[in-house]
Design a protein around this ligand. Sequence first.
Ligand code: OXD
Ligand code: MN
Length: 591
Amino acid sequence: MATAASTTSSNSSLSHPAAVERWVSEVAALTRPAAIHWCDGSAAELAHLRDLLIQGGDLKPLNPASFPGCDLYRSSPNDVARVEHVTFVCTTNPEDAGPNNHWMAPAEAHAKMDALFAGAMQGRTLYVVPYCMGPLDSPYARLGVEITDSAYVVLNMATMTRMGAPALARIGRGESFVKGLHSTGDLSPERRFIMHFPEELSIKSFGSGYGGNALLGKKCHALRIASWQAKGEGWLAEHMLIVGLTNPKGETHYVAAAFPSACGKTNLAMLIPPKALNGWKVTTIGDDIAWLHPGPDGRLWAINPEAGYFGVVPGTNPKSNRNAWDMIRRNTLFTNVAVTASNEPWWEGMSEGSPALDWQGRPYDPANGAAAHPNARFTVAATQNADYDPKADDPRGVPLSAILFGGRRASLAPLVYEAESWAHGVLIGASVASETTAAATGKVGVVRRDPMAMKPFAGYHFGDYWQHWLDVGAKLTNPPRLFHVNWFRQSADGRYLWPGFGDNLRVLEWMLRRVTGAAPAHATPIGYMPAAADLNLDGVEVSDAALGELLAVDRAAWRQECRDIEAFLGEYGTRVPTRLHEELARVSARL
Ligand code: OXD
Ligand code: MN
């Protein structure tokens, strides 16, 4: 019974906003927890929750000498990624969710979820987790409250958001908040659903403890619900990193980039310049989500709503991402990595050590597959990044000079091309295709369209979403330039043609010279492109033949691509802006 639940909190004397109190009572009456804990986000509270998880055997402290403050969490083996097939957007009109989402009628979805939540927290503690997405003093930040029965989720939310008393105080001053209800349930995949109710600003998630399904501030709120809110309010909620690039003259430009999950957003956000570009400095604003607002100056301004990184661990090494490598050696929560005999975390691509136990805690045996799960994750505070940009906490955000779209494509898409106009760039973003990765359950390596890297995250019909992109662009007198990049181009025998990682700065450098009007480019049917001589290739190991492939447009293959894009847009029917069809017709005609 709700009345039997005791309220345990280090700050239970703090006043709770009536709207939150009412909702917590309703949820407690349904879920019947043994106790209720209002989270204040204090260090003492987090230490207590960590101890609780360690005592219960859910968290394993890692070697305290080499990985101080680091813990390992092993999830249920069937709960390791986002589950797009059971993720729903529940709008009154099914059309509003669009063919890009699974849809369920709100009343049916509530009934289904409430049946699952009934009594689900018996014997457990119900945590009330107030959080703020974005700097606490930012007018662009948005509030939320997640109710969860998982202390692991609370610890993650404390790192990934501004969690606790200050967020609750903002709600107390009358601001609206997103209601997110979460229970791990019995982790049965048959009883796992992630439901979004954008019209009610609410989320119900049951049966998973995995980040993208359970840390409701992240994909559920900051992308699916926020994209819906953003459409109504004239801004954009996007699956983008934000990075600061300072040239040797000391001029800083900010760039955002949309790549699908596990396609290198974190690495690009933390890029280390190659020797030939030694005078450059790269600083991180965010690695996964960007909220973009047209500013009074006609530019597009960006904030990172998150406060931490929930990054893919495998492949992280000093060459791929020096800053991530350094920052995850302390105060980091690892999920589903392997461990060495000396109780240090281990993962594929680590370049040192060897695994003793795999991600499931079994003695490592290559016959069982990878030692670390391919979607193993680190959760770490953004401030631990040595190159955290000081403007990351600026309430106004940062102005964008360029936006990149891209995917993981072995063929076709060149290294880089630039849109001719905002509308052409929206078409380029809408046609992004990429090979699927382990970040979501399902087959890996299948090419699918992932417009603006938002296929799993746009909370409404893609046709309306593309129109909204065009509308936002129309408000910008000084818009960022739009580009497409592909770091993953392969030769016929399967070798990567471009070194990637730090060397990607060579491409960014050309883009920024385009922004300031200093770089040459030639017009191609798909957009403006550099010649090899226009890129700084000093010290890079790429053959002339590889460069030829990377910077070529295969007209026959692109004609087929245009037909595929036409068919893809056709799937979205009459809500697709005519302007996109016109842009595509122009590209096709040129080909
Ligand atoms: C993520 C994802 O976790 O995109 O960021 O899946
Ligand atoms: Mn992501």
